[in-house]
Each structure stands twice: as C-alpha cells, then as structure tokens.
Ligand binder design. Structure first.
Ligand SMILES: [Zn+2]
Length: 499
C-alpha cells in the first residue's frame, strides 16, 4: 500500500505533512516527501515464504507430543487451520470481503493500492502493554467496587464458569474492539490459552500471551495445573502465526504465588528464553501485605526470586518506592501503566514522570475491559498524560512525544518487538490512519497535542498489522463482526444463567 500526501508521525515523533509511505509485505519499505519510483527497494522485494510449511511442521510435532502425553490435548486442526482474510485492495486486488465487493482504485506497480491521505495522519499503531482479553464478557459487570471485592464477589465466580468457546468469541470481540481503536498487539495475561491463540491467529492481530499462574494452595510444582499449562503454552505457541504470537512466562503476582513458584517460573523463562509478565504493586494493600509477609516490597521480593532476570513487563507499579524504581531501572524492566483501570478501581496513580526520570521504558495498558470499560486507546493516552501531570503537579511533565512513544514504541519494546512501533523503513508495517479533518481536530497549532488531547478512538479509519489492513472505515476485514458480537453476547448470557 502507498499512503500518499499524508500527515506523518515520524520515527522521532515529529509531525511532517505531505508525506509518502509505502509498505511491501509486512514491512515499511519507503518514507519520503516525493512519490517513490517504480523499482522496489531490494530488501523488501521478495515476500517471505515457508510460513505454511513451518506451521505444518509445528502441528505435526505438537500432535506427536500430545499422543505421547507430553503436552495437554488440543484439537490441532482447530488451532492450526486458519487464514487471515485481510483487505484485498491493499494487495492490489479486487475482491469481496466482509459482505461487500471492492474495486481496486489507483495502483502503484510496487506498493499496490494508493491511499489518498489528504486530511489524514499516519502513525505507528498502538501496543497495549497490559490486558486480559476474554474479560470483555464482564464489561460493566461489577461496578463501583474496590479491587478485592470486585474480584472476589464478581469476577472470580464469573470466571469459574468460563468455557472454551466463550473465551474464543470474547477474545475475537476484544480483537475487534482493539483494531477499531488502533491497537495491533496486546500483552495478554489470562488462561484458556489454546482458545485465545486460535482467535488471535484468525484475527490477523499480534499478542504476547501469558498463561498466568496462581499457585496458592499448591505445595508442589506438579500439583499446579496453571504452572504446567504455562510451560506447555510456551513451547506450543511461542512464535506461532508467523511470529505474531509470542508467549511469556507469568506469575500472576507476588500475592498469588509462593516463593517456590516465583522461582520456578523465573527458571522457566530462562530455560525457554522467553519474557516475563507480572502484576506489581497495583494496590496499597497488596504492597503492604508483601512487606508483612516477606519484609520486602513486591518489586524487591520478585527481583530476589529472579523474576526480573529476564526481560520483563511489570503491570501497574502504582505503589513503588524510590528503591523499587532503581531496581526496575537496573534490571531493564518495562512498566505498563494502566491509568483508567487504576483510577476506576481507586487503586491509585502510577508516578510515570518518576519512572521516566530513571530512564525506565514506560508503556501504556488498558487492563481488562471489566475494569476500564473500553479499549479506546486515545482516551487511555490522554488520561495517562493527565495523571502524570497531576501526580507530579507539573503541567510541563508528560510531553506529547513522551506519551505517543509510550503508546507505541515503548509498548513494542515491552513485548520484545524490536523492529516495531515506529514509522521507520525496514520496520514492521503496523500502522494506523487517523482522520484529522474534523471539527475537534481544528485548528492544529501542534498536531501531536491534538492527537493526545483532542483525538478520539473513533477517529481511527484504518488499522494495518504486518502490512495487512484489518480494519477500515468501520469494516472488520478478518471478522464477521455481527457473529462475533452475537456469539459473545450468548456466551455472557449462558455464564450468567450458571451463576
Ligand atoms: Zn491485570
């Protein structure tokens, strides 16, 4: 696809007007002020092949492991048989998609469809650094409660009744909402990993999935189903779906795991060479409880157990000490801040300026829709900026460049996606288009300020992931959105009837 005459948030988070950006396959291949020529840049001329073959080999290996009882049983056809039906126009084809037929418009011989960017902005897509996708079924269920009562009285009983297809359809619903709001990848902590994987594979989206371990009540590693499934999920799915899916190790939190399990999960991450995702100091009571139990803060204790010896993503980090921030900085831990969820559950506000001051990679997460109640990432960015200003009592804190970087590049880095999160030649073509020709985006003294404080999630008119257009002008290219909504609604009603 060739974006023509479009406003651009460039790799330095500066705004440039009237730009051309071309994608080939899954990469950004051209950025310039002039229309590109008809010769493809050499490194991007050949599309990669062999993905289907690699997938077939993995399916065979998995079937063998399952038959030997070395992996938990799944229907490999269900998981491995998928196609991503992205927008045919972006590949320069005419065709039908989502109940409509499309004619290709203006075409460029190298980049395919020419997209008229007049009045629009091209920017890196969002990386949601902390979520629990299937929990969208609990949107609006259990309101106005503090975290402990919200969990124990509403969320845990509901989750107890979850089942495979409910997770599949709810994950698809979250993928739809994510692409609508410009998110292409989520650090997604939950369970029912097989069902999440098959949903994400078919949606065309990316995910850093983690099967979170809650081990309280388990004395030995072999007694904990979650621990076994976490290990299974890493060797089954890490790198799956053309690398769109990565799998991380995950102790749910300090307060839900014993030292034995924290150390074993850290060892698992080292053994598989994978990343780590964990909740850290979300609430004051959690933090105080850890100090009572161990004489250390959650950050100190997790570090001591080796949890931060691999690249890690620490969610929330609302109640940190200065020493905690030093530990996170020294260990190179990324922090995912979830300002809407933290305020909605009255957990507190993360001191992002203090984290920035230590050079910590701070990304933005939505947390689950059950405590947000949406994935509107423009709203999340604005509130992320506002809470940082209030927390530091400094209106100059949280520059638009810092906030945009946290929403994009920092999230990609928190997911270990080094070649993503910037509009830069050679990087993954994970891009969104924002419609700026609207009253609430006018005038634009500084378009970056407008993107943080004036834009809305609904202004996203196109979402591209790995060069595939997944969402465009209200159409979901890979999903039958009416079916996804009705199946998710039916799952919600079925679970309620069981409570
Ligand atoms: Zn969470």
């Amino acid at each position: 696809m060739l974006f023509k005459n479009i406003g651009l948030v460039d790799e330095n988070f500066a705004f440039r007007e009237g730009m051309y950006v071309g994608t080939i396959g899954d990469r950004i291949a051209y950025i310039g002020e002039n229309e590109p020529g008809e010769e493809a840049p050499a490194p991007y001329a050949a599309a990669s092949s062999g993905d289907a073959e690699a997938r077939g080999k993995k399916a065979d290996l998995l079937a063998e492991l399952i038959s030997k009882g070395e992996a938990h049983d799944i229907d490999t056809d269900k998981v491995f048989d998928y196609t991503v039906s992205a927008d045919p126009r972006s590949a320069g084809e005419t065709g039908a998609c989502c109940g409509r037929s499309y004619a290709a418009g203006e075409m460029h011989p190298v980049y395919g469809e020419v997209y008229d960017g007049t009045g629009k902005i091209l920017m890196p897509a969002f990386y949601n650094a902390h979520g629990h996708s299937p929990m969208c079924l609990m949107r609006g269920y259990g309101e106005n409660l503090p975290l402990d009562r919200w969990l124990n009285e509403k969320i845990f009983p509901f989750e107890d009744k979850l089942y495979s297809d409910a997770v599949y359809w709810s994950t698809l619903l979250t993928m739809a909402e994510s692409m609508q709001f410009g998110i292409v990848s989520t650090s997604d902590m939950y369970y029912f990993t097989d069902d999440m994987v098959r949903a994400i594979a078919v949606s065309g989206m990316k995910s850093n999935i983690s099967r979170s371990v809650v081990s309280l009540g388990c004395e030995r590693l072999e007694d904990c189903v979650g621990y076994k499934e976490m290990r299974d999920s890493i060797f089954m799915y890490d790198g799956f779906a053309e690398g769109r899916i990565q799998v991380e190790a995950c102790p749910h939190a300090e307060y839900t795991n014993s030292e034995l399990f924290l150390r074993a999960i850290a060892d698992t991450a080292k053994e598989f060479g994978t990343r780590m995702h964990v909740h850290v100091s979300e609430t004051k009571s959690e933090t105080d409880g850890c100090i009572e139990r161990h004489g250390k803060t959650p950050t100190e204790f997790l570090a001591e157990c080796g949890v931060f010896d691999v690249p890690a993503n620490a969610a929330h980090c609302v109640w940190l000490t200065d020493n905690d921030r030093d530990i996170l900085a020294a260990k190179g831990v990324s922090v995912s801040s979830n300002p809407v969820s933290n305020m909605k559950l009255a957990s507190g506000m993360c001191d992002v300026p203090a984290l920035y001051a230590k050079g910590i990679n701070v990304a933005i997460g939505t947390d689950s829709v059950a405590s947000n109640n949406s994935l509107n990432f423009f709203e999340e960015m604005k509130i992320f900026a506002l809470t940082g200003k209030v927390k530091s009592m400094d209106a100059a804190a949280m520059t638009p460049q810092q906030v945009l970087r946290s929403a994009t590049r920092a999230g990609a880095l928190a997911q270990g996606r080094e070649d993503a999160g910037l509009v830069k030649e050679g990087f993954k073509a994970d891009l969104i288009v924002v419609d700026a020709a609207q009253p609430h985006m006018t005038p634009a003294y500084d378009m970056l300020n407008n993107l943080i404080y004036s834009a809305d999630g609904k202004d996203v008119v196109l979402t591209m992931c790995d060069g595939n257009v997944l969402y465009r002008n209200g159409s979901f290219m890979t999903l039958d959105i009416e079916r996804v909504r009705s199946e998710a609604d039916a799952a919600m009603k079925k679970i309620l009837s069981l409570l």
